[in-house]
Design a protein around this ligand. Structure first.
Ligand SMILES: [Zn+2]
Length: 476
């Protein structure tokens, strides 16, 4: 009886609140999802059929298309271009300014193709057996179309916003950031300045046809290029010399190649491995637990295991180096006076570059071999995004709602455009559609010779993106 009265009182209060604060009581905008699916597929295929291989890019094909789609619905969109045919597009829906903006990004360029290797032509956007095939299907025209649809739906439903929602379709992500994110951050930053950004780099993993977990990219390693230069005295090949630079260089490369820099955890990777332990198979979970004590013998054994069987996890646990280029010598009978090697170095975000260089010099331990950063391919050292922000919590609930699975924050071993935004203090998170783990071995992954995405997963990702952005930006 008492319980019953309390319940009535509670319901009464709720009703009063709803009347007094109409904005809070807004129901979910109604969306006709079957119509949206038709529209999603139409834009997705149109974008996939544009050859935006980078180089040369020609991203203006996509930027102009998006501009016309947005403007048809009264959404102002602007193009920013520093080189011909390489436009970036920015569209903005205004909010009431209560919160700082949210930026959604998708890149319009794709990596190049070798058409001979493709069963379906790479720019045909062929639909077959529930999949869509084509270059860019999962990198990154899925994020691009999800952002586009979200902006269109916000506008059509006249959703009142607490913050501006900005859509950036950027050029040059794959091979020429100077025309894309670097240019936008350097020359037009106020157009894209935001509190949070959502971009590529994450995604949900399926295996055996079932969703396993959602990975949200919250950090990335920082790429550096290091050059080794060995010097010696040139001479006749018939008279071996102690200072032959080829010999000294080879020893230095071998020493660095077998060096194991210290295992270190970051806030992101600690959370990543901790959450993995909760649903991994027992033998895997034991290794994930082991690396949580990075100085232990068990951690070093686990990382050795990863290095052989799951190398990207090994790379997440230490700053890494891969020797990739070697040069030296003119002809067989001439001892050269110089030989060089180039090392692709990926530092953990917690690593001090100067200290790491010193450590490398100690490993090389040879006065005839110089070890230096070249200053090439430098991306800014972006601070990892936090996992206790409102965005991360919103991502987790949108993941549960759409994928009914666990969210784990991850650190990319490769670099993304988010580095430039993180360096400006924007909290960035990488999201993406669900793909099958088995597709990697079958050759259907991003950058492979037959990229593909399940149609059902494209549509699910669009809804995920919509739920997430609505949660973060709708006036409350
Ligand atoms: Zn990409």
């Amino acid at each position: 009886m008492l319980e019953h009265k309390r319940m009535r009182l509670f319901k009464g209060i709720l009703a009063a609140l709803a009347l007094s604060t109409p904005l809070m009581a807004q129901s979910q905008p109604s969306v006709d999802w079957s119509r949206v699916q038709t529209e999603t597929m139409q834009h997705y295929q149109a974008l996939l059929r544009m050859d935006t291989s980078d180089p040369p890019g020609n991203e203006s094909l996509a930027a102009n298309y998006l501009k016309q789609v947005l403007e048809r619905e009264g959404i102002p969109a602007q193009l920013f271009e520093t080189e011909p045919n390489r436009a970036n597009l920015v569209a903005r829906l205004k909010g009431n300014g209560k919160k700082r903006p949210l930026l959604m990004m998708g890149h319009t360029d794709v990596v190049r193709v070798d058409p001979k290797k493709w069963t379906f032509p790479p720019f045909s956007a062929t639909r077959d057996g529930g999949y869509i095939y084509g270059r860019g299907t999962i990198d990154d025209k899925d994020n691009l179309v999800a952002s586009l649809i979200t902006v269109l739906l916000l506008k059509r439903n006249n959703v009142p916003l607490d913050r501006d929602v900005i859509f950036l379709a950027e050029a040059g992500e794959e091979a020429a950031t100077r025309v894309g994110i670097e240019y936008m951050v350097g020359q037009h930053f106020p157009e894209i300045d935001a509190e949070y950004c959502l971009a590529e780099g994450g995604g949900t993993t399926r295996s055996g046809g079932r969703v396993q977990f959602a990975q949200i990219q919250a950090a990335e390693k920082v790429p550096h290029t290091i050059e080794l230069t060995a010097v010696g005295t040139s001479g006749h090949g018939s008279v071996p010399r102690m200072d032959n630079p080829v010999v000294h260089l080879a020893a230095a490369v071998a020493a660095l190649g077998s060096w194991k820099p210290p295992i270190r955890l970051t806030e992101t990777t600690r959370e990543y491995f901790t959450r993995l332990t909760t649903f991994a198979l027992p033998q895997d979970a034991a290794r994930y637990r082991a690396v949580l004590s990075p100085d232990s013998r068990a951690a070093s054994d686990a990382v050795d295991y990863f290095a052989e069987h799951d190398p990207s996890k090994a790379s997440m646990l230490r700053s890494s180096l891969s020797p990739t280029l070697l040069s030296g010598g003119l002809q067989v009978n001439v001892i050269p006076s110089e030989a060089k090697a180039t090392i692709d170095v990926r530092l953990l975000p917690v690593e001090d570059p100067a200290a790491f260089l010193d450590a490398m010099r100690k490993v090389v331990n040879d006065p005839l071999v110089k070890v230096e950063y070249t200053g090439q391919n430098i991306r800014p050292d972006g601070r990892p995004a936090r996992v206790d922000t409102e965005v991360f919590h919103a991502i987790e609930s949108a993941v549960v709602r759409n994928y009914d699975t666990t969210t784990i924050p991850s650190m990319s071993t490769g670099a993304t455009d988010m580095a430039y935004l993180r360096a400006k203090g924007i909290q960035c998170y990488g999201i993406g559609s669900a793909t099958d783990l088995e597709d990697v071995a079958k050759g259907f992954a991003a950058h492979s010779d037959q990229e593909r995405l399940l149609e059902s997963e494209l549509h699910r990702f669009v809804r995920f993106n919509w739920d997430l952005v609505l949660d973060l930006a709708r006036a409350k």
